[in-house]
Design a protein around this ligand. Structure first.
Ligand SMILES: Nc1nc2c(c(=O)[nH]1)N[C@H]1C(S)=C(S)[C@@H](COP(=O)(O)OP(=O)(O)OC[C@H]3O[C@@H](n4cnc5c(=O)[nH]c(N)nc54)[C@H](O)[C@@H]3O)O[C@H]1N2
Ligand SMILES: Nc1nc2c(c(=O)[nH]1)N[C@H]1C(S)=C(S)[C@@H](COP(=O)(O)OP(=O)(O)OC[C@H]3O[C@@H](n4cnc5c(=O)[nH]c(N)nc54)[C@H](O)[C@@H]3O)O[C@H]1N2
Ligand SMILES: [Mo]
Length: 762
């Protein structure tokens, strides 16, 4: 039987700040729920500190001079989730078929606890059965060897360490492909493509110290209170210094409004709180290009006027002349843009954009922070490019306190790209790999996430290995993907907890349980450390010390090595076993492959605050074809990629404050006032009559992609909400069933999860 909801849905506005007692109370609920031991509480104190472990939740930077407790509510949830005393053992699988488990909620699957044994799927009984590790590795090898390497995909999710990622990418290339999609393909790939083209680096240019040097922050489409709460400390200090924080977000996200520091006894006792945003603009979803162009239009026209009368320029003319290309084309585009169009497409008044432009024009150093609200659109890359345009206009890249600051998702998603998890040849040191390991790395572009989905649906992908993550649940087109998955010859998932992807077996299927990052990892040479790169390009060591969830778990590097040994011919230049025996040797190999970034890697592993990998754009060296920072003229004003039509809404798929991606911690989205359910449809009250619905009504959504495929999500509760007209909100991953696989960002192929065309069906 599928488990039922225990709580009754309750939806009412939340009045508290982000942080504060709400976050303490939330922890007091979580820790007992996971049945954690006193050791978990001890582990929390080691989080994000030098020689501690790096949080398994978000990728936000970890300061060198840390607080006594360098974790947040979300980090504590993630730690408790991994260190839970609950277990999902072979006895559990004896009792439940996969058909039955497919009726369970994501929450109940993972809440059952950590996986303890390697498992093989038995089609005769429709159950997982315990198997030995040797049997699993031999079975995987036997299934993979006969396959055309081009038909095999090696997915990974951004939590995996630099060490395991490096080995995984190398294994794939030696096997003969670079089919290495990762969660980044669904996330900040629009950044990697957009920033690379504009300023020559695929990552943000800023570091934590820039928060101390800026006097203005532009904040687009990132929900800091839920998804990177530790940044609230940096924002709070910035506000205390008088920094202006200007937010563009369709929703009034609580963390962007006000914050009480749970680690500040005075604030907690007095109910003191810091206002975070000094301006808050509820832009329409997909309306950011229009909004940013409006701001640019003011700046350019003020500059024209200043020049005409001989006043000092508003734009940084010297920077533009020395460092940029195509300024005039963009400036002209801004001059010609019509206010009526800008106002309609952004959903914002001209006066609101003027207010922002006034602050921006005076600011000396501006950070532009952003997240999925910009990247997950058909025009996600253009969103990023126009934001860069705005920065370039006043020289806000490559000086203290200024620059693009994308907020990455998974704790090592940026680092995986650094060490070879990519489908793109130009990001790989092909010659170096050849020199070090004596093979010809493939140069044909590999499959990204969208291409993998197509391949699975069409049948050209025959095997998928998942190093972490929940691919099937995270990707679009849920129904067609779930229907196609069983046609795979091989499905291997390396995981810590049972998730929905594991319930869709291929012809041969293994589920392999691994150690989490917080757990002690002892190999032949003793206890091991691993490493990861944060959102600001700082690389940190991480040492797990908690007792492993089960004596049968293997580490990710060990699992990768064992698979590699089964599918690759012996190579005297790679000692997979030696690497596993001492991860320091994997780091030596990483250093040999990327000497400029990882010089003295082992010696620098535990540098407080991490060691910075460097960034050319931050030094105003532009590694673009023109050797300049490049302006882009956007192709239109809307980022949605589809037109407006009668009855068509733009659906944003959202994270609650009680989930980590597909992991559902609970049914309480505190900041949005939702309790006991995730089946919510946020809608503007004035859109309800036109859609023929009333508050509390249960409705369905259908996708309106016009491609003839019926995609439907039933059972959503109509919830009036402060959201722009024409826009809707619903939770990811349950809403993914509405997303066509072909509805993705141009160039970067990030699924356009923040503006999905849908209709409301009563
Ligand atoms: N606790 C927790 N932490 C997490 C995660 C988690 O699920 N839980 N996930 C991790 C991962 S992998 C990632 S990628 C990040 C995700 O963190 P975010 O980048 O914050 O992603 P989302 O929660 O999807 O929400 C994006 C925000 O964009 C807004 N938005 C939607 N559409 C638009 C638009 O068109 N324009 C603008 N300006 N804003 C828009 C939404 O209202 C929302 O506030 O967080 C990471 N950290
Ligand atoms: N509609 C919609 N879709 C989206 C998004 C959206 O905003 N809207 N966001 C997209 C984004 S930004 C991302 S990053 C993806 C997320 O996609 P994924 O990264 O694939 O998904 P997660 O939910 O993070 O993966 C959770 C699973 O990871 C496994 N796991 C946890 N810890 C470990 C570990 O240490 N090792 C191993 N091997 N496994 C572990 C657990 O079994 C758990 O069930 O989803 C994307 N999909
Ligand atoms: Mo992500």
């Amino acid at each position: 039987m599928a488990k039922q909801r225990s709580d009754k849905p309750e939806i009412k506005p939340y009045k508290g700040p982000a942080g504060g007692w709400g976050s303490v109370r939330s922890l007091a609920e979580i820790l007992p729920r996971e049945h954690v031991t006193p050791d978990t509480i001890r582990q929390l104190a080691r989080q994000n500190k030098p020689d501690g472990f790096m949080c398994v939740s978000c990728a936000w930077a970890k300061p060198a001079d840390h607080h006594p407790a360098e974790f947040c509510e979300e980090g504590a949830k993630a730690t408790a989730w991994e260190l839970t005393t609950r277990r999902t053992t072979p006895a559990f699988f004896e009792q439940h078929t996969l058909s039955e488990l497919r009726g369970w909620r994501d929450y109940d699957l993972e809440q059952h606890g950590r996986l303890t044994h390697p498992l093989r799927y038995d089609p005769a009984t429709d159950k997982y059965v315990a198997c030995g590790w040797e049997e699993a590795f031999d079975g995987i090898g036997a299934a993979l060897r006969p396959l055309d390497p081009k038909s095999v995909v090696f997915y990974s999710s951004g939590r995996t360490s630099l060490e395991a990622s490096y080995m995984y990418g190398l294994m794939a290339r030696m096997f003969g492909n670079q089919n290495l999609p990762d969660s980044s393909n669904m996330c900040h790939e629009s950044t990697s493509v957009g920033l690379k083209a504009a300023i020559g680096v695929p990552v943000g240019t800023t570091q934590l110290k820039d928060f101390e040097a800026c006097d203005c922050i532009l904040f687009f489409g990132q929900n800091v209170g839920s998804n990177a709460p530790r940044m609230l400390h940096d924002l709070r200090s910035a506000r205390k210094r008088g920094v202006e924080i200007i937010t563009f977000n369709p929703l009034k996200e609580r963390g962007l409004e006000r914050f009480t520091d749970p680690q500040n006894p005075v604030e907690m006792a007095t109910g003191g709180e810091t206002q975070i945003s000094t301006q808050y603009h509820q832009v329409k979803t997909g309306g950011d290009i229009a909004a940013m162009l409006g701001i640019a239009k003011f700046l350019v026209e003020w500059d024209d006027a200043a020049l005409a009368v001989g006043d000092p320029p508003v734009l940084d003319r010297d920077f533009i002349a020395q460092h940029t290309k195509d300024f005039e084309a963009f400036a002209d585009h801004a001059r010609k843009a019509e206010w009526a169009d800008i106002v309609r497409e952004s959903g914002l008044e001209q006066s609101a954009l003027e207010e922002t432009a006034r602050v921006y024009a005076k600011a000396k150093a501006v950070l532009a922070i952003y997240g999925m609200g910009l990247t997950q659109h058909v025009k996600g890359v253009e969103n990023v490019r126009v934001l860069v345009n705005l920065l370039l206009l006043r020289g806000n890249i490559g000086k203290p306190g200024a620059g693009p600051t994308p907020v990455r998702g998974h704790s090592n998603v940026q680092g995986q790209r650094t060490v070879g998890i990519t489908e793109k040849t130009e990001l790989v040191p092909v010659d170096k790999l050849k020199e070090l390991y004596g093979f010809d790395p493939p140069t044909e572009k590999g499959l990204d996430t969208v291409e993998t989905c197509r391949g699975v649906i069409q049948g050209s992908v025959k095997a998928v290995i998942g190093l972490g993550g929940n691919f099937l649940r995270a990707v679009p087109e849920t129904e067609a993907m779930e229907a196609a998955w069983p046609r795979l010859d091989l499905s291997v998932q390396i995981a810590t907890k049972l998730n929905r992807n594991h319930l869709f077996p291929g012809k041969v299927t293994y589920l392999l349980p691994c150690l989490g990052r917080i757990e002690e990892d002892v190999q032949e040479s003793g206890p091991q450390a691993v490493s990861m790169e944060d959102s600001t390009s700082c690389i940190h060591g991480s040492r797990g010390k908690a007792k492993p969830a089960s004596p049968h778990l293997l580490s990710e590097p060990r699992i990768v090595a064992e698979i590699a040994k089964r599918i690759l011919p012996p190579n005297p230049r790679i000692d997979w076993d030696g690497w596993v025996a001492d991860y320091g040797r994997i780091r030596d190999a990483i250093e040999a492959t990327y000497p400029a970034i990882f010089q003295d890697f082992n010696q620098r592993l535990f540098t407080p605050g991490g060691f910075w990998k460097g960034n050319k754009a931050a030094e105003r060296i532009w590694e673009t074809p023109s050797k300049k920072a490049e302006f882009l003229v956007p192709t239109g004003l809307s980022a949605t990629g589809f037109g407006d039509a009668e009855g068509r809404f733009r659906l944003m798929t959202l994270r609650s404050n009680d989930q980590f991606n597909t992991t559902i911690y609970g049914y309480h989205d505190r900041f949005r006032g939702v309790k006991g359910t995730r089946d919510v449809l946020f809608i503007h009250p004035e859109d309800m009559p036109g859609a023929g619905v009333v508050e509390g009504q249960i409705i369905a959504l259908e996708s309106d992609a016009g491609d003839g495929t019926l995609r439907r999500r039933e059972g959503l509760i109509v919830t009036p909400y402060d959201i722009p007209r024409g826009c809707l909100g619903a939770y990811y991953p349950e809403a993914n069933v509405l997303m066509p696989v072909e509805h993705h960002a141009e160039q970067s192929h990030v699924p356009a999860a923040k503006s999905v065309p849908v209709r409301i069906c009563a």
